[in-house]
Design a protein. Structure first.
Length: 396
């Protein structure tokens, strides 16, 4: 059946496109291993010493700021939250570590995120636009890290039960993170409301049939960056928006668009409490492991650490997080692939149109160059969607 979807030439092109991408996944893990071995082995001590020297130099040069009116309240407030001076060195240490880590992956990121995508006609992005997006992702990664170092360690310095407090706040945040979803992708793409017309009317009627409220249908302008077809629901309840990208509107017919929207609607009715309970417990467990690591490193005096909540322990925390992710992704991926097949079934019950759904999957596979036969290990490592062959066979 797949042979009818892809010509031998198209299949050969998919192999040429995908096989290096799979190899790159292995390369990423190996580089991570190397980077973390280097950081823990020889990086922590000199980097921390350097961070201390730099912040001391900054303090000396700008000591007048500490007595300047109004401005002085900022460092004083930060000192108070941290419980003394020294937060500058901690934050600088983490930011430099994060930048060095990103730099280690920059060649691979650039090759596979830009050159390889362009070589196979998947990316339409200019170098400038790619660079701008990359810079945004650097800042987006840096801000939570600096906040984490400052907030988490600041709290941990005075409370041994800090992990319960941050875990509680985090669990609360998890509950509401879906509500701010609609704003997340707007960092990278412009979105405009779908104009009134046949497609909007058909979607509205379908959602009424599925008994799902939504705020708006938006078109995400991605064609200037990628040819890939994509759709998703963002937010929930009063903030739920149906987002279709311009590539999808260009490639698919109205019934095929309904098949896509029907699939996304299938995710709305999923039981979430089990996943939410799992992530809450996972978060609490992980924070408690951090507390154990903080104690362990202080007790052993690794990297010159004498007190419990020291920023020099965080690289070890990142290593534990990396290993935990490697272990958990296959499990969460398996659950996710199961939910995708169920969402397909939901769409079929909603639209009652199997041939169109099949046609939609085939177009998706062609435009997005989906691999009908990925190696088992790459799927098991944590693919969120089943391979296209499996989805087609499941709706037969
Ligand atoms: Zn899905």
């Amino acid at each position: 059946m797949i042979d009818a979807i892809f010509s031998p030439e198209a299949l050969a092109e998919i192999r040429a496109y995908k096989d290096p991408l799979y190899a790159s996944r292995l390369a990423y893990e190996l580089i991570s291993l190397g980077v973390w071995a280097l950081v823990l082995g020889v990086g922590v001590v000199p980097l921390y010493a350097w961070s201390g020297r730099m912040t001391a130099r900054f303090d000396r040069r700008f000591s007048s700021l500490r007595s300047a009116p109004i401005v002085r309240t900022v460092p004083r407030a930060l000192d108070r939250i941290w419980g003394g001076p020294g937060w500058g060195a901690a934050v600088l240490f983490l930011i430099v570590l994060e930048q060095a880590n990103m730099l280690a992956f920059l060649p691979l990121d650039f090759y596979f995120g830009f050159i390889h995508e362009r070589n196979f006609g998947m990316s339409t992005q200019s170098l400038g636009s790619y660079g701008w997006d990359y810079s945004k992702s650097v800042v987006i990664a840096m801000v939570p890290l600096a906040a984490l170092a400052f907030g988490m360690l600041g709290l941990a310095r005075r409370l041994s039960k800090w992990w319960l407090i941050i875990g509680g706040v985090g669990a609360f945040g998890l509950l509401f993170s879906a509500t701010i979803d609609p704003y997340r992708s707007q960092v990278y793409f412009d979105q405009v409301p779908l104009p009134p017309g046949e497609v909007r009317e058909a979607i509205t009627a379908l959602m009424r049939k599925a008994d799902i409220d939504f705020k708006d249908v938006l078109v995400e302008k991605t064609l200037s960056k990628t040819v890939r077809v994509q759709a998703y629901f963002a937010g929930k309840g009063p903030t739920r928006t149906i987002v279709l990208n311009d590539a999808l509107l260009k490639e698919l017919t109205t019934p095929e668009i309904l098949a896509v929207v029907g699939h996304e609607a299938g995710h709305v009715h999923e039981r979430r409490w089990l996943g939410q309970l799992g992530s809450t417990l996972g978060l609490l467990g992980f924070l408690y492991v951090i507390e154990l690591l903080l104690r362990l490193v202080a007790r052993r005096g690794w990297w010159g650490v004498k007190e419990r909540a020291d920023v020099r322990t965080l690289p070890l925390v990142f290593v534990v997080f990396w290993i935990a992710t490697l272990v958990i992704s296959p499990v969460s991926g398996a659950f996710s692939r199961h939910r995708e097949l169920e969402a397909d079934q939901f769409a079929l019950r909603l639209t009652g149109d199997v041939p169109t759904f099949r046609q939609m999957l085939i177009k998706l596979a062609r435009v997005n160059k989906m691999d009908p036969d990925p190696p088992a290990w790459i799927v098991l490592k944590g693919w969120s969607h089943p391979p296209i062959r499996e989805r087609l066979e499941a709706i037969r």
